[in-house]
Ligand binder design. Sequence first.
Ligand code: GDP
Ligand code: MG
Length: 180
Amino acid sequence: MEKKKNKKVFLKVVIIGDSGVGKTSLIHRYTSTRFLQDFKPTIGAEFSNKEVVINGQTVVAQIWDTAGQERYQSLGISFYRGADCCGIVFDRSEPGSFENLETWKNAFLKHGAPKEEGTFPFLVIGNKSDLDDGTLVKEREAQEWCSSNGNLEYIETSAKDNTSVEEAFTKLIEKGMERE
Ligand code: GDP
Ligand code: MG
């Protein structure tokens, strides 16, 4: 991304992860502060724009959501291509979605084909942290996975309680802006 003083910059933010982990809810929280109780997945990719000022720079973040197609693991190349940063979401109450982080990361690297494979700005997002019944994927376990899979950054969120949602997207956007 090219930085231009006093001009808006556009950033493509891609959010991936298993179906049901809360991607759409997180995006809606961030872009319109609404929590979706029963969101019906539709087919095709969608994106919403959010204009934010970060470190004095106006940024239009174009946030891409999978809109249900994650079931087929066959998102079009245009979904991934040109991304400036990527959030990989899992549901802390669904260990299977945590185990699929690697599949998602690899799918992004394969289809998005960023030029900096080893240092591309990913953020791993452990969502549904409000469901604390003692069986959630532990923070330490998630941190360990992130450390040993490219030293990725990790954050825990709840779209339901609106915990750390803004922090997660701000981090992602900052990472995308720092990208050379
Ligand atoms: P997506 O398939 O990844 O887009 O997931 P959705 O955003 O459609 O959410 C799937 C389900 O999980 C919905 O019923 C949401 O209301 C619920 N959900 C999403 N985020 C949270 C959260 O942080 N906590 C809880 N308890 N439920 C959530
Ligand atoms: Mg969705």
